[in-house]
Design a protein. Structure first.
Length: 1055
């Protein structure tokens, strides 16, 4: 091979060269290691040198200039490293360390032999290391055969290698890409990759280094799989692939995605036995949409593989470009699968056993690498520690084996019958739900809200019960007023279990009316007095309320068919202050609260005494409210959080302080009342908590606990809370109106968790995270949250259809469960993390985005007080729009805000547009009203411009970028990739710049990939770089055109 001739490289090799330029060279060393006894190392080295010298593709190095990257013939074809060690541990450590030493593509050699002899024995350890750019699985096996044959005395095998045509493959590929077959392949892959997920995402991310999770199928299971394959006219590769794809879908919740599957790409006879890198890792997609049985998935997998085989010549890099319309979409896959056995050497007179050294990093976020032995199938799940927590990887492997057992051994085919939750997870979930208690009360089964109040009345009749403004009532006084109200209602024809509407502003009358209704054996229906008249009428009609009780402060416009009763504390005094005993059962309705339905029509939830009594007794065991302590009742009574505020204090001898009307939205008025009345415990919706913390008010010396619920509480809010009130406990609760207010609890620890848990189940309330087949989801996997137990509501009032849909028979225990429509996952701690409603998870360009994560990142910024993020559509494009309120009077620079977000969020999650609001629109409950956010006219907004550096480097870069990208105008703050460039074009830019900036490294262009950032870096100005090794999302962006997620550490194993 002429030393002065250069050869073009193939598209397959380009991806490895580009990744090497990013500083990832050691990630792509293919290492085959062995433990040998009686090895003649001199003979072995001679054989290896002789063979590699005759392999054209092994005798090259790679150089680049302005015109491209080329293979240059090189006479130095092998590097030898030898050592003698005294023990096996030392030997293996040396072997691993030197096997993964960096290779220089520009200098060579690209083949290495590491030999470690064990002192005083005939044992030795060797590794054959070849850079992935010149080898693939097929070549590795060919190389093993050549080495074995040469060592065993067949040297003539190497002489035929000189005719290897591997170096001409790039020319063949170039010709093929200009033909009709390539156009067909492009259209095929476009059709397969349209509207599918390019990235598999898990609910939980890890924070560790690379690790491997071993997997071994037993001999009996392997035998069952082989029988199954025969019956279904398939093979192990396809069956195991189909099960893997299905399990990934279950773990990620994604229905269709691309999975990396390497194909040999050697359909042409002239390259059948060439030694080089031909492998093409293709994005396999399997349609699960219509699959009812695993056999359906098996057929779909076989079909997908056949299609991929027919079109395997189109390089993954070109597939990526053909399906990408912007720089943000250029990733084909992040999880892979292959059958790849270790290299096997058969050397005469030598006991040679293949070793698995273990690597530093997987090729992708996850790669399942399996191989067959005579009786078993074994392998590893290679895991990027940033993607997989170890516990989840272990769980995944257990699920995989269990799934295969159900399919092959138990012959279960129907998907709805397949269970992916491992047995030990099921046992743990039972423990997590072990919340059964009677609160040390023998009368639990007969308790009602009036009964609990009556018991406390006997204990503390003269204790302060209620405070409103300057009005104070003792338990006895309050009892008499509520008895009078109940007698009034009974005299007006109120019947047991009837629904009675309460239409009052926040006042003593409001509280008296509520207690009067439940004492009369009826269910109270609170109605917001600020609602439009038609809405009030609709609610009354839907609930079939028999009566509507109100005061003269504000009268309803129309009480429909409900009997209107106006009252005041004075008018009540004409009724008896004692009440004859009434029968009220725990299963009787206690209250009805209307919530907004998905169709816009209100739906009324009927909750029983038993459910709310359980919730209140649990709260007392949790927070231990003492006699004489005070609770602030400030939540609008038409929201279910108000229920515990209204009833809990008066069951334990505490004092209920009713907040001033309409003060619940004013942080200063709230703080003033907390100080004035020495409040011990109060509640905030997180949005309102942000406003309260921003006001930075003294909340009084008695405050000991704040309860949050109603929205997701973020880590920045938690951190700010403890900064303002370090001695106060913060509790994060979750629950729907359909399950007696709250069903989980978590005491915040200010421990810098990314996501705050919603916690563990409250007493007697089992919780289930299930998949779409109503099977338990494994720990850590997202599913829909179902609620069981005593707190489940009766249903929706006078709406049997919706009740039947949402309240179903409990498949795991007795009674009913409520299907929340919320998504959550269990953690190994035994607590739940709230993921959100399905409609709060959106996708842009095939990438799943959690709006809550973006909002948390915004709120974490010092300059931001509150934030909301929405999707706004412009034509076919979807854009993220962020609304925020500043924390001070200083103007928030959007460019700085965007830069700060880019440090903690993937690029695709940084909003495109920002809107500064004086105040965030809040509903009456304190929650953000997203529908009230002002819509932005996207066409009128220009990209924000920052002060741009105007040095020589800036102008030079602008000119080079314009020429390379063929655009006259470009945004200097926009990424090279976002402007249409790719990694190979970026390397062309590097070659052009190198003469003027000799200190510039190729990796710098990936780290500073905007004109502004790169020019600042070149001029020594402060600039934020993209950390290729620390930020996984940025690493992926840095290798967008390769079809891979770029690796984060030093080694990727061969595909």
């Amino acid at each position: 091979m002429p030393l002065n001739k250069r050869y073009a490289i193939s598209e397959i090799q380009k991806q490895f060269w580009l990744l090497d330029q990013q500083g990832k060279g050691p990630a792509y060393l293919v290492v085959s290691a062995f433990r040998c006894n009686e090895l003649d190392i001199d003979r072995f080295i001679s054989c290896l040198e002789g063979i590699t010298r005759e392999i054209p593709a092994f005798n090259v190095r790679f150089e680049a200039d302005d015109t491209g990257v080329y293979q240059m013939p090189d006479s130095h074809c092998i590097q030898k490293i030898t050592e003698i060690c005294s023990d096996e541990t030392e030997a293996l450590s040396y072997l691993q360390k030197h096997s993964y030493q960096e290779m220089s593509l520009a200098m060579g050699p690209l083949v290495r032999l590491v030999h470690v002899a064990l002192k005083g024995t005939t044992l030795s350890y060797i590794s054959i290391v070849v850079h992935h750019i010149i080898i693939d699985l097929h070549s590795k096996n060919l190389l093993a055969d050549l080495i074995s044959e040469a060592y065993n005395g067949m040297p003539e095998v190497a002489q035929a290698l000189g005719s290897d045509k591997a170096l001409s493959y790039s020319n063949w590929q170039k010709h093929w890409l200009q033909g009709a077959s390539s156009l067909k392949a492009v259209e095929y892959w476009k059709s397969k990759l349209a509207n599918i997920d390019r990235k598999i995402e898990l609910a939980e991310t890890g924070s560790g280094e690379y690790f491997e999770q071993d997997l071994r199928l037993s001999a009996s299971l392997t035998a069952d799989i082989r029988v199954y394959c025969k019956e279904h006219k398939s093979d192990e590769f396809i069956v195991l692939l189909a099960a893997y794809y299905y399990l990934l879908a279950k773990y990620s919740g994604q229905k269709q995605f691309a999975l990396a599957v390497p194909l040999s790409n050697r359909k042409q006879a002239e390259f059948k036995n060439s030694l080089s890198c031909f492998v093409n890792t293709l994005p396999l997609t399997v349609s699960l949409a219509d699959a009812l049985c695993f056999s359906d998935i098996l057929r779909a997998t076989r079909k997908a593989l056949l299609g991929a085989h027919r079109h395997q010549e189109l390089p993954a890099t070109l597939i990526t470009k053909s399906v990408s319309s912007s720089g943000l979409e250029r990733q084909l896959y992040n999880i892979g699968y292959t059958f790849e056995a270790p290299m096997q050497l058969n050397l005469l007179g030598v006991q040679c056993k293949a070793l698995h050294l273990g690597g530093v990093q997987a090729q992708l976020d996850g790669f399942l690498r399996l191989w067959k032995t005579e009786h078993t199938i074994t392998g590893q799940l290679e895991c990027d520690g940033h993607f997989w927590p170890k516990a989840m990887a272990q769980r995944f492997v257990k699920s995989y084996i269990s799934l295969l057992e159900q399919i092959a051994t138990k012959r279960m085919d129907t998907l709805s019958h397949l269970d992916i939750c491992p047995l030990d997870d099921q046992q743990k979930l039972q423990q997590f739900n072990d919340s059964s208690t009677n609160f040390d009360r023998e009368d639990l089964s007969s308790l009602t809200l009036p009964g609990l109040f009556a018991q406390q009345l006997q204990r503390s009749p003269d204790t302060e019960a209620v405070i409103f403004g300057d009005t104070t009532l003792t338990y006895k006084q309050f009892d008499q007023l509520t008895n009078q109200c109940a007698n009034m209602l009974l005299s007006q024809g109120a019947k047991r279990r009837a629904v009675i509407a309460v239409y009052c502003t926040r006042s003593v009358e409001m509280l008296v009316a509520i207690y009067g209704v439940i004492k009369a054996g009826c269910a109270y229906l609170p109605i917001d007095t600020d609602l439009p008249g038609e809405r009030v009428k609709t609610i009354l009609l839907r609930a079939e309320a028999s009566h509507c009780i109100y005061t003269k402060v504000k009268e309803p416009e129309d009480t429909a068919n409900s009997k209107a009763i106006q009252f005041s504390l004075d008018t009540l005094r004409c009724y008896p202050s004692t009440l004859d005993p009434l029968k009220i059962d725990p299963d009787d309705p206690a209250y009805v609260i209307f919530t907004s339905g998905s169709t816009g029509e209100p739906k009324g939830v009927v909750n029983r005494h038993a459910g709310i009594v359980n919730r209140l007794l649990w709260m007392q065991t949790y927070l231990h409210l003492s006699e004489g302590e005070r609770v602030l009742q400030k939540t609008p009574y038409s929201f279910d959080v108000s229920v515990w505020e209204l009833f809990w204090p008066l069951q334990v001898g505490a004092t209920l302080v009713i907040a001033q009307a309409d003060s619940h939205k004013d942080p200063y008025k709230i703080a003033e009342q907390m100080r004035r009345y020495s409040i011990a415990i109060t509640h905030f919706v997180p949005s309102m908590l942000s406003l309260f913390l921003e006001a930075n008010q003294d909340a009084g010396s008695k405050l000991r606990a704040v309860v949050c619920s109603g929205e997701e509480l973020s880590q920045p809010q938690e951190e700010q809370f403890f900064s303002c009130y370090p001695g106060v406990a913060l509790h994060n609760l979750y629950g729907p109106t359909e399950a007696a207010v709250d069903v989980t609890y978590w005491q915040c620890k200010n421990d810098q968790r990314k996501h705050l848990p919603i916690g563990a189940p409250v007493a007697n309330t089992p919780l289930y995270v299930v998949d779409e087949n109503a099977k338990l989801a494994p720990i850590g996997i997202i599913g829909e949250l179902w609620i069981g137990g005593v707190q489940v509501a009766q249903g929706y009032i006078n709406d049997q259809a919706r009740t039947t849909e949402r309240f179903i028979e409990n498949p795991f225990d007795a009674g009913k469960v409520y299907r929340t429509g919320d998504y959550a996952r269990w953690t190994d701690e035994g607590v739940l993390e709230y993921i959100g409603r399905k409609d709060f998870q959106i996708k842009i360009n095939g990438l799943r985005i959690e709006l809550g994560d973006i909002e948390s990142a915004l709120i974490a910024q010092e300059a931001i007080s509150n934030a909301a993020v929405v999707i706004q559509q412009e034509g076919e494009l979807k854009h993220l729009v962020a609304y925020f309120t500043p924390s001070g009077e200083q103007e928030v620079e959007v460019s700085q805000l965007r830069e700060q977000l880019s440090k903690c969020l993937p690029t695709y999650m940084v909003p495109r547009y920002f809107r500064n609001l004086d105040t965030m629109p809040l509903g009456s409950s304190g929650k953000i009203q997203r529908s009230a956010l002002p819509k932005i006219d996207l066409s009128t907004i220009k990209p924000d411009k920052t002060a741009l550096p105007k040095g020589d480097s800036y102008n030079l870069l602008m000119n080079e970028w314009r020429e390379l990208l063929h655009c006259e105008t470009l945004d200097p703050d926009k990424s090279f990739f976002d402007l249409g460039g790719d990694s190979f074009m970026l390397m062309t830019l590097f070659n052009r710049l190198h003469a003027n900036f000799p200190h510039l490294k190729s990796v710098d262009l990936f780290r500073y990939n905007t004109v502004s950032a790169l020019s600042s870096y070149l001029e020594g100005k402060p600039v934020t770089k993209i950390p290729l090794d620390d930020d996984r999302s940025s690493r992926m962006r840095a290798a967008l055109d390769t079809g891979f997620s770029a690796p984060s550490a030093k080694r990727r194993k061969m595909r």
